[in-house]
Ligand binder design. Structure first.
Ligand SMILES: [Ca+2]
Ligand SMILES: [Ca+2]
Ligand SMILES: [Ca+2]
Length: 560
């Protein structure tokens, strides 16, 4: 049976009587419930201090299997002599146990220089698992603070970053470090920090962000997973892939300019760089997060950009750091409207630290969005705000706010620092959401509940009541009264709802009469003007009706 907490949409059709106004209240779940279930959670935990939950993703190697990947960039591993190298955990669903994925079991590789062996790389504190992304059965995770010695005679430590790829259900692994090459130092790719950001194209090719290349101009590198795996050798530390593409160096005016900038790419086989399109407030961290989703359902992808350190200034008052998210609706190919702006409400809440596409959570045809404010809320527990799409963008008020469960201690829990949506873990055809809380070492899976759409109507028989046509004899009296039938009908529908529902209903007669005024119509059986009842509907789209006999009260009636 359906509980009232299920679902989120309801329609009602009323047919008012020409003489008397009736109303039926179906206790629409929209009034009491939200789409994401905050009670039946799955909470995964990692080792204390490991920053478990810093990155999260769904792992869907085939349509029947969904599990969760969680990065813990300060976790210890079995790698000999490596301290806090970082790890990625595989967490089956619905079980709550996780295990480390053995991307790399090795110590630092060494070379012989002048007869002595010295490390050529430095995996301690490399932040492996700061990013993790999956595409079907392929998984990539990166260590953006991985350093290597460079090829110079005098040893150096350049933070080039590195990534590891796993395929075939974690049966084969390969390393990919595109900035580990002879183009060293800050002016080259020595400070690249490859894997600081990470994604896949729809075709399964990899996109790696390296923000530190070319004096922090940053660069984007793409490669095919097939190429990364092919002929991979652990000993081959310098390796250039034939079909790899890298964005190059720009003029020095683009060096480290601190202004927000956004470079977006189409998710296709082609490699577009849309150029620097938007500039915003100094140091607002505009572009800290970017998400793509078609929120207004016009078939064109729209872009969301987070600026979690945005300062709001009101008149002469002190600026307040509240964070903002900008939604750019795409009007035609690569032409965007002015931004719709969502502003955080809590100072230092870091609204916009994470943004994720959720899919259509409430099944109204428009994609929905989750935005993290990881330092917001009581005791800085963190919040995640759900915004519903509609024909003109996003509703400015969140439809639901998820609150973190872990109070800030030595550090905030960071609930909402990472988000991942638009995958269905429990196979109920509704998309679910993972929220990371790395400060508390947690990752939480929220499942979306099915949506029930209810259609209800009132039908009067006869449609026009003649007060002089007194045909009903009131029980226990000799009085004849004018009477008629009120029929209440309802049906429901919804994806993945196989069982019946119970609608708790209230029927009010003469409902527009002011409170306390004498009602002109009463139920024949109860002599009251309102009645609570349940409508049991066993199947979808099956109209269920209930009849109630009512009568017109006679003014001089001495009936109590
Ligand atoms: Ca759109
Ligand atoms: Ca929606
Ligand atoms: Ca689901």
């Amino acid at each position: 049976m359906l509980s009232l907490s299920r679902g989120c949409r309801a329609r009602r059709r009323h047919r008012p009587c020409p003489l008397l106004l009736l109303s039926a209240l179906l206790w629409a779940p929209a009034l009491v419930a939200f789409n994401l279930d905050e009670e039946k959670l799955t909470v995964y935990s990692g080792p204390p201090g490991s920053y478990f939950g810093y990155s999260v993703d769904f792992y869907i190697p085939d349509p029947s299997t969904v599990s969760v990947l969680v990065g813990a960039p300060k976790a210890n591993t079995t790698q000999p002599d490596i301290v806090e190298g970082g790890a990625v955990y595989y967490c089956a669903w619905p079980a709550t146990r996780c295990r480390q994925i053995p991307f790399d079991n090795t110590n630092n590789r060494k070379i012989k220089v002048n007869g002595t062996r010295e490390p050529i790389e430095f995996k301690t504190n490399q932040w492996f698992g700061a990013t993790v992304k999956a595409h079907k059965e392929k998984v990539v995770a990166c260590a953006p603070l991985y350093h290597w010695r460079t090829l110079k005679d005098s040893p150096e430590k350049d933070p080039v970053g590195t990534c590891y790829v796993a395929i075939q259900n974690f049966s084969a692994y390969a390393e990919y470090s595109p900035c580990r090459n002879s183009n060293a130092d800050p002016e080259g790719q020595g400070f690249c920090q490859a894997g600081f950001s990470l994604d896949f194209y729809k075709n399964g090719d990899l996109i790696v962000g390296g923000p530190g290349s070319f004096y922090w101009q940053g660069q984007v590198i793409t490669a095919s997973i097939v190429d990364i795996i092919a002929n991979y050798s652990f000993k081959d530390i310098l390796r250039k892939l034939a079909r790899e593409k890298q964005t190059g160096v720009a003029p020095p005016s683009y060096d480290d300019n601190y202004m927000g900038k956004l470079i977006s790419m189409s998710v296709s086989n082609m490699f577009y760089v849309l150029s620097v399109v938007f500039y915003f407030q100094m140091a607002s961290y505009f572009g800290y997060t970017v998400a793509v989703s078609d929120v207004n359902n016009d078939g064109l992808d729209d872009i969301l950009v987070g600026a979690p350190l945005f300062m709001e200034r009101e008149f002469e008052s002190k600026p307040k750091e509240v964070g903002q998210v900008y939604l750019y609706l795409q009007e035609s190919a690569f032409l965007f409207q002015d931004a719709q702006i969502l502003t955080g409400t809590e100072v230092f809440g870091r609204f916009g630290s994470a943004i994720t596409h959720l899919g259509d959570l409430n099944q109204d045809g428009y994609n929905d969005i989750a935005i993290g404010a990881p330092f917001a809320g009581e005791d800085r527990r963190g919040k995640v705000l759900i915004y519903n799409g509609y024909s003109n963008g996003l509703n400015t008020n969140p439809s639901q706010v998820l609150n973190g469960a872990w109070a800030s201690q030595s550090m905030p829990s960071g609930f909402g620092f990472t988000l991942r949506g638009d995958s269905d873990v429990d196979k109920n055809d509704y998309p679910d959401l993972i929220v990371g809380a790395f400060g508390a070492g947690k990752a939480v899976v929220y499942r979306a509940r099915p949506v029930v759409t209810v259609t209800a109507q009132l039908i009067l028989n006869p449609m026009i009541v003649n007060p002089d046509n007194k045909t009903c004899l009131l029980p226990g009296s000799q009085l004849l009264v004018a009477c008629f039938t009120v029929r209440v009908c309802a049906d429901f529908e919804g994806q993945s709802i196989s069982d019946g529902i119970v609608l708790k209903s209230e029927l009010q007669l003469d409902s527009l009469k002011q409170k306390g005024a004498v009602k002109r119509i009463l139920f024949f059986d109860y002599h009251q003007s309102h009645h609570y009842f349940s409508i049991v509907i066993e199947r979808q789209k099956q109209l269920h009706c209930q009849d109630f006999l009512v009568y017109l009260r006679v003014t001089i009636l001495a009936y109590n």
